[in-house]
Design a protein around this ligand. Structure first.
Ligand code: JFZ
Length: 442
Protein backbone atom coordinates (compact mmCIF):
# COMPACT_ATOMS: atom_id res chain seq x y z
CA UNK A 1 0.00 0.00 0.00
CA UNK A 2 2.71 2.40 1.05
CA UNK A 3 4.69 1.44 -2.03
CA UNK A 4 1.78 2.23 -4.33
CA UNK A 5 1.38 5.58 -2.63
CA UNK A 6 5.05 6.36 -3.04
CA UNK A 7 4.92 5.53 -6.75
CA UNK A 8 1.78 7.61 -7.18
CA UNK A 9 3.42 10.49 -5.36
CA UNK A 10 6.46 10.24 -7.60
CA UNK A 11 4.29 10.36 -10.72
CA UNK A 12 2.35 13.35 -9.41
CA UNK A 13 5.55 15.12 -8.53
CA UNK A 14 6.87 14.82 -12.03
CA UNK A 15 3.56 16.11 -13.35
CA UNK A 16 3.34 18.99 -10.93
CA UNK A 17 6.90 20.03 -11.41
CA UNK A 18 6.32 23.47 -9.93
CA UNK A 19 6.05 22.22 -6.38
CA UNK A 20 9.09 20.78 -4.67
CA UNK A 21 8.89 17.44 -2.90
CA UNK A 22 9.01 18.82 0.61
CA UNK A 23 5.97 20.99 -0.06
CA UNK A 24 3.65 18.25 -1.19
CA UNK A 25 1.97 16.20 1.46
CA UNK A 26 -1.11 14.01 1.69
CA UNK A 27 -4.20 16.05 1.10
CA UNK A 28 -2.47 18.88 -0.64
CA UNK A 29 -1.31 16.39 -3.21
CA UNK A 30 -4.69 14.72 -3.42
CA UNK A 31 -6.45 18.01 -3.94
CA UNK A 32 -4.27 18.58 -6.97
CA UNK A 33 -4.50 15.10 -8.38
CA UNK A 34 -8.09 15.40 -9.27
CA UNK A 35 -7.58 18.19 -11.75
CA UNK A 36 -4.33 17.54 -13.54
CA UNK A 37 -4.72 20.52 -15.82
CA UNK A 38 -7.85 21.98 -17.31
CA UNK A 39 -10.73 20.79 -15.19
CA UNK A 40 -12.46 17.93 -16.94
CA UNK A 41 -15.61 18.51 -15.00
CA UNK A 42 -16.50 22.11 -15.54
CA UNK A 43 -18.76 22.48 -12.55
CA UNK A 44 -22.40 23.37 -12.17
CA UNK A 45 -23.91 25.05 -15.21
CA UNK A 46 -26.19 28.00 -14.62
CA UNK A 47 -27.66 29.81 -17.61
CA UNK A 48 -27.38 33.54 -17.32
CA UNK A 49 -24.52 33.62 -14.82
CA UNK A 50 -21.68 33.59 -17.29
CA UNK A 51 -20.37 36.79 -18.79
CA UNK A 52 -20.75 37.42 -22.52
CA UNK A 53 -17.78 37.33 -24.87
CA UNK A 54 -17.98 41.11 -24.97
CA UNK A 55 -17.76 41.37 -21.18
CA UNK A 56 -14.81 38.99 -21.18
CA UNK A 57 -12.92 40.90 -23.85
CA UNK A 58 -10.76 43.03 -21.55
CA UNK A 59 -9.66 39.93 -19.66
CA UNK A 60 -8.87 37.99 -22.82
CA UNK A 61 -6.88 40.93 -24.18
CA UNK A 62 -4.95 41.41 -20.93
CA UNK A 63 -3.09 38.07 -21.16
CA UNK A 64 -0.83 38.50 -18.16
CA UNK A 65 -1.46 39.07 -14.46
CA UNK A 66 0.14 38.82 -11.04
CA UNK A 67 -1.03 36.34 -8.44
CA UNK A 68 -0.11 37.19 -4.85
CA UNK A 69 -0.17 34.66 -2.02
CA UNK A 70 0.22 36.57 1.21
CA UNK A 71 -1.07 35.93 4.71
CA UNK A 72 -0.14 34.55 8.13
CA UNK A 73 1.69 31.66 6.46
CA UNK A 74 4.16 34.22 5.08
CA UNK A 75 5.58 34.54 8.61
CA UNK A 76 6.92 31.00 8.79
CA UNK A 77 7.78 30.86 5.10
CA UNK A 78 6.85 27.23 4.69
CA UNK A 79 4.11 27.63 2.17
CA UNK A 80 0.41 28.42 2.48
CA UNK A 81 -0.50 24.82 3.42
CA UNK A 82 1.72 24.85 6.55
CA UNK A 83 -1.19 24.94 9.03
CA UNK A 84 -2.73 21.83 7.56
CA UNK A 85 0.44 19.95 6.66
CA UNK A 86 2.05 20.48 10.04
CA UNK A 87 -1.23 19.82 11.86
CA UNK A 88 -1.08 23.12 13.71
CA UNK A 89 -4.23 23.44 15.86
CA UNK A 90 -6.39 26.45 14.96
CA UNK A 91 -5.88 28.13 18.38
CA UNK A 92 -2.14 27.77 18.02
CA UNK A 93 -2.13 29.03 14.44
CA UNK A 94 -4.30 31.99 15.43
CA UNK A 95 -1.41 33.33 17.52
CA UNK A 96 0.37 34.20 14.28
CA UNK A 97 -2.12 37.04 13.91
CA UNK A 98 -0.47 38.74 16.91
CA UNK A 99 2.77 38.76 14.95
CA UNK A 100 1.34 39.82 11.62
CA UNK A 101 2.05 43.52 11.55
CA UNK A 102 3.88 44.40 8.34
CA UNK A 103 5.74 47.69 8.50
CA UNK A 104 6.87 47.77 4.89
CA UNK A 105 3.71 46.66 3.16
CA UNK A 106 2.93 49.14 0.40
CA UNK A 107 0.42 47.97 -2.17
CA UNK A 108 1.64 50.70 -4.51
CA UNK A 109 4.99 48.96 -4.68
CA UNK A 110 3.34 45.66 -5.55
CA UNK A 111 1.39 47.44 -8.27
CA UNK A 112 4.54 49.05 -9.62
CA UNK A 113 6.29 45.67 -9.72
CA UNK A 114 3.34 44.20 -11.63
CA UNK A 115 3.28 47.08 -14.09
CA UNK A 116 7.00 46.90 -14.69
CA UNK A 117 6.57 43.21 -15.44
CA UNK A 118 4.02 44.08 -18.13
CA UNK A 119 1.14 42.65 -16.12
CA UNK A 120 -2.39 44.01 -16.58
CA UNK A 121 -4.14 42.66 -13.50
CA UNK A 122 -3.50 41.40 -10.00
CA UNK A 123 -5.16 38.76 -7.85
CA UNK A 124 -4.53 38.86 -4.08
CA UNK A 125 -5.34 36.07 -1.63
CA UNK A 126 -7.78 38.07 0.46
CA UNK A 127 -8.29 34.87 2.42
CA UNK A 128 -6.69 31.45 1.98
CA UNK A 129 -7.65 28.06 3.46
CA UNK A 130 -6.25 29.05 6.88
CA UNK A 131 -9.16 31.45 7.31
CA UNK A 132 -7.26 34.68 8.01
CA UNK A 133 -8.92 37.61 6.26
CA UNK A 134 -6.78 40.50 5.06
CA UNK A 135 -9.55 43.05 5.48
CA UNK A 136 -11.99 44.55 7.95
CA UNK A 137 -14.31 41.57 7.97
CA UNK A 138 -17.26 41.62 10.38
CA UNK A 139 -18.27 38.16 9.11
CA UNK A 140 -14.92 36.63 10.04
CA UNK A 141 -15.37 33.73 12.46
CA UNK A 142 -13.67 34.62 15.77
CA UNK A 143 -12.63 38.04 14.41
CA UNK A 144 -9.84 36.36 12.48
CA UNK A 145 -8.86 39.28 10.28
CA UNK A 146 -6.10 41.85 9.92
CA UNK A 147 -8.28 44.74 11.06
CA UNK A 148 -9.05 43.29 14.48
CA UNK A 149 -5.60 41.85 15.17
CA UNK A 150 -2.05 43.24 15.45
CA UNK A 151 -1.89 45.07 12.13
CA UNK A 152 -5.24 46.89 12.53
CA UNK A 153 -5.24 47.47 8.80
CA UNK A 154 -7.55 46.73 5.91
CA UNK A 155 -5.09 45.42 3.33
CA UNK A 156 -7.77 44.73 0.75
CA UNK A 157 -8.72 48.39 0.86
CA UNK A 158 -5.12 49.50 0.35
CA UNK A 159 -4.58 46.89 -2.34
CA UNK A 160 -7.70 47.67 -4.37
CA UNK A 161 -6.89 51.39 -4.26
CA UNK A 162 -3.31 50.74 -5.41
CA UNK A 163 -4.40 48.54 -8.33
CA UNK A 164 -6.77 51.19 -9.62
CA UNK A 165 -4.22 53.97 -9.20
CA UNK A 166 -1.75 51.96 -11.28
CA UNK A 167 -4.34 51.15 -13.96
CA UNK A 168 -4.36 47.45 -13.12
CA UNK A 169 -7.52 45.37 -13.01
CA UNK A 170 -8.47 44.36 -9.46
CA UNK A 171 -8.63 40.66 -8.63
CA UNK A 172 -9.56 39.04 -5.35
CA UNK A 173 -8.82 35.43 -4.42
CA UNK A 174 -11.11 33.87 -1.85
CA UNK A 175 -11.21 30.35 -0.47
CA UNK A 176 -14.70 29.45 0.79
CA UNK A 177 -13.28 26.49 2.73
CA UNK A 178 -11.60 27.14 6.06
CA UNK A 179 -9.50 24.55 7.93
CA UNK A 180 -10.47 25.99 11.30
CA UNK A 181 -13.89 24.35 11.02
CA UNK A 182 -14.06 20.65 11.94
CA UNK A 183 -17.30 20.71 9.96
CA UNK A 184 -15.28 21.24 6.81
CA UNK A 185 -13.84 17.77 7.25
CA UNK A 186 -17.12 16.17 8.40
CA UNK A 187 -19.91 18.16 6.78
CA UNK A 188 -22.55 15.52 7.50
CA UNK A 189 -21.64 14.62 11.06
CA UNK A 190 -20.82 18.20 12.06
CA UNK A 191 -23.47 19.87 9.93
CA UNK A 192 -23.99 22.81 12.24
CA UNK A 193 -20.33 23.67 12.32
CA UNK A 194 -20.09 23.31 8.54
CA UNK A 195 -23.11 25.60 8.24
CA UNK A 196 -21.25 28.19 10.31
CA UNK A 197 -18.37 28.05 7.85
CA UNK A 198 -20.76 28.51 4.96
CA UNK A 199 -22.33 31.51 6.65
CA UNK A 200 -18.89 33.06 7.01
CA UNK A 201 -18.22 32.37 3.32
CA UNK A 202 -21.37 34.09 2.13
CA UNK A 203 -20.83 37.00 4.50
CA UNK A 204 -17.23 37.53 3.47
CA UNK A 205 -17.89 37.26 -0.25
CA UNK A 206 -20.61 39.85 0.20
CA UNK A 207 -18.23 42.17 2.07
CA UNK A 208 -15.61 41.84 -0.64
CA UNK A 209 -18.08 42.48 -3.44
CA UNK A 210 -19.87 45.34 -1.69
CA UNK A 211 -17.26 47.43 0.10
CA UNK A 212 -14.32 47.88 -2.26
CA UNK A 213 -15.68 49.48 -5.41
CA UNK A 214 -15.53 47.73 -8.75
CA UNK A 215 -13.91 44.30 -8.55
CA UNK A 216 -12.77 42.90 -11.88
CA UNK A 217 -11.92 39.31 -10.95
CA UNK A 218 -13.19 37.00 -8.21
CA UNK A 219 -10.80 34.07 -8.01
CA UNK A 220 -12.43 31.41 -5.87
CA UNK A 221 -10.31 28.52 -4.78
CA UNK A 222 -11.27 25.51 -2.75
CA UNK A 223 -15.00 24.97 -3.06
CA UNK A 224 -14.26 21.50 -1.74
CA UNK A 225 -15.39 19.61 1.29
CA UNK A 226 -12.84 17.61 3.26
CA UNK A 227 -10.41 17.94 0.33
CA UNK A 228 -12.44 15.32 -1.46
CA UNK A 229 -13.84 15.12 -4.95
CA UNK A 230 -14.14 18.07 -7.29
CA UNK A 231 -15.35 21.51 -6.35
CA UNK A 232 -18.57 20.69 -8.17
CA UNK A 233 -19.12 17.64 -5.93
CA UNK A 234 -19.52 19.98 -2.98
CA UNK A 235 -22.08 22.15 -4.78
CA UNK A 236 -24.90 20.59 -2.71
CA UNK A 237 -23.28 22.27 0.27
CA UNK A 238 -21.94 25.58 -1.00
CA UNK A 239 -24.78 26.29 -3.46
CA UNK A 240 -22.44 28.14 -5.79
CA UNK A 241 -25.21 29.34 -8.10
CA UNK A 242 -26.94 31.12 -5.24
CA UNK A 243 -23.60 32.51 -4.08
CA UNK A 244 -22.65 33.82 -7.50
CA UNK A 245 -26.09 35.30 -8.16
CA UNK A 246 -25.44 37.40 -5.09
CA UNK A 247 -22.00 38.29 -6.47
CA UNK A 248 -23.49 39.36 -9.81
CA UNK A 249 -25.90 41.63 -7.96
CA UNK A 250 -23.04 43.69 -6.62
CA UNK A 251 -20.56 43.14 -9.44
CA UNK A 252 -22.36 42.42 -12.70
CA UNK A 253 -19.16 42.34 -14.75
CA UNK A 254 -16.77 40.52 -12.42
CA UNK A 255 -14.86 37.64 -14.06
CA UNK A 256 -15.31 34.58 -11.84
CA UNK A 257 -13.02 31.54 -11.55
CA UNK A 258 -14.43 27.99 -11.77
CA UNK A 259 -13.47 26.97 -8.26
CA UNK A 260 -16.66 27.68 -6.35
CA UNK A 261 -18.36 24.66 -7.89
CA UNK A 262 -20.09 26.75 -10.56
CA UNK A 263 -18.40 26.42 -13.94
CA UNK A 264 -17.21 30.04 -13.88
CA UNK A 265 -16.23 32.45 -16.64
CA UNK A 266 -12.94 30.74 -17.43
CA UNK A 267 -11.15 27.47 -16.89
CA UNK A 268 -8.02 26.90 -14.84
CA UNK A 269 -4.79 25.21 -15.71
CA UNK A 270 -2.75 25.09 -12.56
CA UNK A 271 0.88 24.49 -11.86
CA UNK A 272 4.14 24.54 -13.76
CA UNK A 273 3.27 21.71 -16.14
CA UNK A 274 3.92 22.27 -19.80
CA UNK A 275 1.31 23.77 -22.09
CA UNK A 276 0.77 21.82 -25.28
CA UNK A 277 -1.91 20.82 -27.76
CA UNK A 278 -4.25 22.86 -29.94
CA UNK A 279 -5.90 26.25 -29.41
CA UNK A 280 -8.59 26.24 -26.72
CA UNK A 281 -11.61 28.33 -27.65
CA UNK A 282 -13.12 28.98 -24.24
CA UNK A 283 -11.37 31.47 -21.93
CA UNK A 284 -8.71 29.85 -19.78
CA UNK A 285 -5.88 30.79 -17.49
CA UNK A 286 -2.60 29.17 -16.58
CA UNK A 287 -1.57 29.97 -13.02
CA UNK A 288 1.87 29.14 -11.74
CA UNK A 289 4.62 30.12 -9.42
CA UNK A 290 7.62 32.31 -10.10
CA UNK A 291 9.29 30.73 -7.06
CA UNK A 292 8.58 27.06 -7.48
CA UNK A 293 9.15 26.33 -3.78
CA UNK A 294 5.60 27.30 -2.78
CA UNK A 295 2.85 29.81 -3.53
CA UNK A 296 3.21 31.53 -0.18
CA UNK A 297 6.52 33.18 0.81
CA UNK A 298 9.39 30.73 0.92
CA UNK A 299 12.99 31.67 1.67
CA UNK A 300 14.05 28.69 -0.44
CA UNK A 301 14.29 30.24 -3.87
CA UNK A 302 13.79 28.20 -6.95
CA UNK A 303 12.88 30.83 -9.52
CA UNK A 304 11.76 30.16 -13.05
CA UNK A 305 14.25 31.50 -15.57
CA UNK A 306 13.32 34.34 -17.89
CA UNK A 307 13.22 31.94 -20.80
CA UNK A 308 10.96 29.50 -18.95
CA UNK A 309 8.54 32.31 -18.15
CA UNK A 310 8.41 33.66 -21.69
CA UNK A 311 8.09 30.21 -23.25
CA UNK A 312 5.20 29.49 -20.87
CA UNK A 313 3.61 32.84 -21.74
CA UNK A 314 3.78 32.39 -25.51
CA UNK A 315 2.65 28.76 -25.27
CA UNK A 316 -0.34 30.00 -23.28
CA UNK A 317 -1.20 33.00 -25.43
CA UNK A 318 -0.73 31.05 -28.68
CA UNK A 319 -3.46 28.70 -27.38
CA UNK A 320 -5.82 31.49 -26.35
CA UNK A 321 -5.05 31.58 -22.62
CA UNK A 322 -3.96 34.09 -19.99
CA UNK A 323 -1.09 33.60 -17.57
CA UNK A 324 -1.25 34.44 -13.87
CA UNK A 325 2.24 34.39 -12.39
CA UNK A 326 2.48 34.15 -8.62
CA UNK A 327 4.73 35.91 -6.14
CA UNK A 328 4.79 35.37 -2.37
CA UNK A 329 5.83 38.53 -0.52
CA UNK A 330 7.36 38.03 2.93
CA UNK A 331 5.45 38.71 6.15
CA UNK A 332 6.52 42.33 6.02
CA UNK A 333 4.95 42.69 2.60
CA UNK A 334 8.24 42.75 0.69
CA UNK A 335 8.57 41.01 -2.65
CA UNK A 336 12.14 39.66 -2.66
CA UNK A 337 14.59 41.63 -4.84
CA UNK A 338 15.47 38.59 -6.91
CA UNK A 339 11.78 38.24 -7.83
CA UNK A 340 11.52 41.90 -8.75
CA UNK A 341 14.60 41.63 -10.96
CA UNK A 342 13.25 38.57 -12.77
CA UNK A 343 9.86 40.20 -13.26
CA UNK A 344 11.52 43.31 -14.64
CA UNK A 345 13.29 41.14 -17.22
CA UNK A 346 9.90 39.81 -18.25
CA UNK A 347 8.64 43.39 -18.49
CA UNK A 348 11.61 44.37 -20.65
CA UNK A 349 10.85 41.50 -23.02
CA UNK A 350 7.21 42.59 -23.18
CA UNK A 351 8.26 46.17 -23.90
CA UNK A 352 9.83 44.88 -27.09
CA UNK A 353 7.53 42.01 -27.99
CA UNK A 354 4.27 42.89 -26.23
CA UNK A 355 2.71 43.67 -29.59
CA UNK A 356 2.77 39.89 -30.21
CA UNK A 357 1.00 39.22 -26.89
CA UNK A 358 -1.55 41.82 -25.73
CA UNK A 359 -4.87 42.05 -27.51
CA UNK A 360 -4.04 39.20 -29.87
CA UNK A 361 -6.09 36.18 -30.84
CA UNK A 362 -4.63 32.71 -31.27
CA UNK A 363 -4.01 31.40 -34.77
CA UNK A 364 -4.36 31.37 -37.71
CA UNK A 365 -1.96 28.43 -37.44
CA UNK A 366 -2.51 25.71 -34.86
CA UNK A 367 0.51 25.53 -32.57
CA UNK A 368 3.04 22.77 -33.14
CA UNK A 369 4.39 21.66 -29.74
CA UNK A 370 7.96 22.81 -29.16
CA UNK A 371 8.24 24.22 -32.69
CA UNK A 372 6.03 27.31 -32.96
CA UNK A 373 2.72 28.94 -32.20
CA UNK A 374 1.00 31.97 -33.68
CA UNK A 375 -1.33 34.81 -32.86
CA UNK A 376 -3.01 37.46 -34.95
CA UNK A 377 -4.03 41.06 -34.60
CA UNK A 378 -5.55 43.14 -37.38
CA UNK A 379 -3.64 42.23 -40.53
CA UNK A 380 -0.61 40.92 -38.74
CA UNK A 381 0.34 37.40 -37.77
CA UNK A 382 3.02 36.82 -35.14
CA UNK A 383 4.95 33.58 -34.95
CA UNK A 384 6.68 32.57 -31.72
CA UNK A 385 9.47 30.20 -32.66
CA UNK A 386 10.45 27.64 -30.07
CA UNK A 387 13.01 25.86 -32.18
CA UNK A 388 14.83 27.06 -35.24
CA UNK A 389 15.68 25.00 -38.30
CA UNK A 390 16.68 26.22 -41.76
CA UNK A 391 13.10 26.72 -42.83
CA UNK A 392 9.71 27.05 -41.22
CA UNK A 393 6.80 25.33 -42.96
CA UNK A 394 3.39 26.85 -42.36
CA UNK A 395 0.07 25.36 -43.44
CA UNK A 396 -2.16 26.96 -46.01
CA UNK A 397 -4.09 30.08 -45.06
CA UNK A 398 -6.50 32.00 -47.20
CA UNK A 399 -4.91 35.39 -46.76
CA UNK A 400 -2.04 36.42 -48.93
CA UNK A 401 1.19 37.09 -47.03
CA UNK A 402 2.73 40.36 -48.13
CA UNK A 403 5.91 40.38 -46.08
CA UNK A 404 7.77 38.52 -43.39
CA UNK A 405 10.41 39.73 -40.96
CA UNK A 406 12.02 38.89 -37.69
CA UNK A 407 10.38 41.19 -35.15
CA UNK A 408 13.74 42.36 -33.88
CA UNK A 409 15.41 42.58 -37.24
CA UNK A 410 15.48 42.24 -40.96
CA UNK A 411 13.12 40.80 -43.60
CA UNK A 412 13.03 37.06 -44.24
CA UNK A 413 12.57 35.29 -47.56
CA UNK A 414 9.37 33.33 -47.92
CA UNK A 415 7.30 31.58 -50.55
CA UNK A 416 3.54 31.11 -50.38
CA UNK A 417 1.86 28.66 -52.76
CA UNK A 418 -1.08 26.29 -52.84
CA UNK A 419 0.55 24.01 -50.25
CA UNK A 420 1.29 26.66 -47.67
CA UNK A 421 4.21 28.93 -46.86
CA UNK A 422 7.89 28.27 -46.41
CA UNK A 423 9.95 30.85 -44.57
CA UNK A 424 13.70 30.75 -44.80
CA UNK A 425 15.39 30.99 -41.42
CA UNK A 426 18.80 30.40 -42.85
CA UNK A 427 21.29 32.75 -41.22
CA UNK A 428 18.73 34.18 -38.80
CA UNK A 429 20.20 35.54 -35.56
CA UNK A 430 17.97 34.00 -32.87
CA UNK A 431 16.61 36.30 -30.16
CA UNK A 432 17.93 35.48 -26.72
CA UNK A 433 14.54 34.39 -25.39
CA UNK A 434 11.93 33.56 -28.03
CA UNK A 435 12.46 34.50 -31.66
CA UNK A 436 9.35 36.21 -32.97
CA UNK A 437 8.36 36.76 -36.60
CA UNK A 438 5.83 39.19 -38.07
CA UNK A 439 3.87 38.47 -41.20
CA UNK A 440 1.91 41.25 -42.88
CA UNK A 441 -1.14 39.90 -44.65
CA UNK A 442 -3.50 41.42 -47.14
C1 JFZ B 1 -4.86 25.63 -4.65
C2 JFZ B 1 -4.45 25.94 -3.23
O1 JFZ B 1 -4.70 24.84 -2.43
C3 JFZ B 1 -3.01 26.35 -3.23
O2 JFZ B 1 -2.60 26.64 -1.91
C4 JFZ B 1 -2.84 27.58 -4.08
O3 JFZ B 1 -3.57 28.65 -3.54
C5 JFZ B 1 -3.29 27.28 -5.50
C6 JFZ B 1 -3.32 28.48 -6.38
O4 JFZ B 1 -4.61 26.71 -5.51
O5 JFZ B 1 -4.22 24.43 -4.95
C7 JFZ B 1 -4.33 23.74 -6.06
C8 JFZ B 1 -5.51 23.23 -6.50
C9 JFZ B 1 -5.55 22.51 -7.69
C10 JFZ B 1 -4.38 22.31 -8.39
C11 JFZ B 1 -3.19 22.81 -7.92
C12 JFZ B 1 -3.17 23.52 -6.76
N1 JFZ B 1 -4.38 21.60 -9.59
O6 JFZ B 1 -5.41 21.48 -10.21
O7 JFZ B 1 -3.34 21.15 -10.05
Amino acid sequence: MIKIKVVLCAVMLTLLSNITAQELKGDELKSMEKYGGIMGDKGVIAPGLRLSAEQMKWWRDAKFGMFIHWGLYSIEGKGEWAMFNNKIPAEEYAKLADKFNPQHFDANIWAAVARNAGMKYMVLTARHHDGFALWNSPSAYLHFNSFETAAHRDFVKEYTAACRKAGLAVGIYYSPMDWRFPGYFKPLELAENAERMKKQGYGQVEELMKNYGKIDILWYDGGWLAHKGKDADAAWFWEPVKLNRMVRNYQPGVVISPRSGWEGDFQCNEGGGKIHGPIIDTPWEKCLNLNQSSWGYNPVQNLMTLKEIIVMLVNTVDRGGNMLLNVGPDADGIIPDTHITRLKEVGDWLQKYGESIYGTQPGPFQPVDDVYGSVQKDKRVYIHLLSIKDTLQLPLIEKKILSCRQMSGSPLKFRQDKNGTIISLDGIKPDSVVTTLVLETE
